[in-house]
Design a protein around this ligand. Structure first.
Ligand SMILES: [Zn+2]
Length: 124
């Protein structure tokens, strides 16, 4: 049932912010590792299987993080957070939902969350 309660929206925001950092750090980490391998190609360390494994893991983390950012659905409106249903525009690093405008800095999370128990009691 949507929208989710405030606590779950805040968890979604937190996870999404962490994923954005993972994807960006993973991408540049992978580039840095590849560059280091090229610059220090005469050193044995960059040819060790563990170095290649590290590169693969960092790259995989960035790819998986990017995929999660892409397929995650908004906890408030239920549509893809990073894809506008109206225009088809995509932005995995968007700072707000492309459909309803829920922001990742959390300033409007309360407005989008499901009404809490107190306000439901007020109504009845
Ligand atoms: Zn939304």
């Amino acid at each position: 049932m949507l929208p989710l309660p405030l606590e779950q929206i805040l968890i979604f925001i937190k996870v999404r912010n962490v994923l954005r950092v993972v994807v960006i750090a993973g991408f540049y980490g992978c580039v840095a590792l590849a560059l280091s391998r090229w610059i220090w190609s005469e050193h044995a360390a960059v040819h060790m299987p563990s170095y290649i494994l590290l590169m693969a893991l960092v790259g995989l983390a960035a790819t998986a993080g990017g995929l999660l950012l892409r397929i995650a659905r908004c906890p408030a409106c239920g549509r893809f957070f990073a894809v506008s249903a109206a225009t088809g525009k995509r932005n995995n690093f968007t700072s707000q939902c492309m459909n309803c405008g829920l922001r990742l800095d959390g300033v409007n999370a309360r407005d989008y969350a499901r009404r809490s128990e107190e306000s439901r009691e007020e109504k009845s």
